[in-house]
Design a protein around this ligand. Structure first.
Ligand SMILES: Nc1ncnc2c1ncn2[C@@H]1O[C@H](COP(=O)(O)OP(=O)(O)OP(=O)(O)O)[C@@H](O)[C@H]1O
Ligand SMILES: [Mg+2]
Length: 222
């Protein structure tokens, strides 16, 4: 991972403190790549945490004979087309959803504005309480869901708002409101995000053996 020292630092602090965070930057600035590296800086799981996570994977039928114990922190990255039931759990025979499979780990929502608003609304309860209640006609189930939420998005629909190298074309279409996609999302989720980190662009010059990188800008808010 080249440069982006401030983003790396913010991710480390989020990992250490279990903070929720959003990465905002132009296409190709490395948002997805950096979020995917987060598990490498998370502290090891305690045996109690590992057993809790293992139980959730077991009832979901996701344990394998080769890895019968979940002893590294889960990193779940559901696609933005994920249904509400798949996110929080449900089904005729209720099963834990992505929020519970991320228990003691990370739930990564890439391209946040693309997610269905209803699906994001249901994240309110686990983000606030660390558990999720799934009610069915036959019974009601409570699954643990204590996770660190990391989201990523472009600053505007074209992706280049505030970019020093490329002009944002959204203004031409009359919708130059960079925060709009974020504000359109669930208010509960937006409030749960402790930090936003805007990622500047890094230029790459690939040589035969390595890539040289230079960082342009980066600013923070939230
Ligand atoms: N800081 C970096 N260090 C090393 N490689 C990088 C860095 N930033 C970007 N890259 C390279 O650029 C590629 C694209 O990065 P990535 O997909 O994470 O961007 P993105 O911000 O998520 O873009 P999009 O908005 O299109 O999803 C990565 O696979 C990686 O090879
Ligand atoms: Mg991406």
């Amino acid at each position: 991972m080249k440069d982006h020292a401030a983003v790396k630092c913010a991710l480390e602090v989020a990992a250490a403190g279990g903070h929720n965070m959003i990465l905002i930057g132009r296409p190709g600035s490395g948002k997805t790549m950096m979020a995917r590296r987060l598990p490498s800086v998370l502290p090891p799981m305690t045996m109690e945490e590992a057993l809790e996570a293992t139980k959730l994977y077991s009832v979901s039928g996701l344990l394998s004979i080769d890895a019968p114990l979940i002893n590294s922190r889960p990193f779940r990255s559901p696609h933005h087309t994920v249904s509400t039931a798949a996110l929080v759990g449900g089904g005729t025979v209720p099963k834990p959803g992505e929020v519970s499979l991320s228990h003691h780990g990370v739930l990564f929502l890439d391209e946040l504005p693309e997610f269905n608003r209803d699906a994001l609304e249901v994240l309110r309860q686990p983000l606030g309480d660390g558990v999720v209640n799934v009610s069915r006609v036959s019974a009601s189930y409570t699954y643990p869901a204590d996770f660190c939420l990391i989201a990523a998005m472009n600053p505007c629909p074209c992706g280049y708002f505030g970019d020093v190298f490329r002009q944002c074309t959204c203004s031409k279409r009359g919708n130059i409101v960079p925060q709009r996609p974020l504000l359109n999302q669930s208010r509960g989720v937006v409030l749960a995000l402790d930090w936003s980190r805007q990622m500047g662009y890094i230029w790459f010059r690939r040589t035969r053996s390595e890539s040289l990188a230079r960082c342009s800008t980066g600013s923070t808010s939230g």
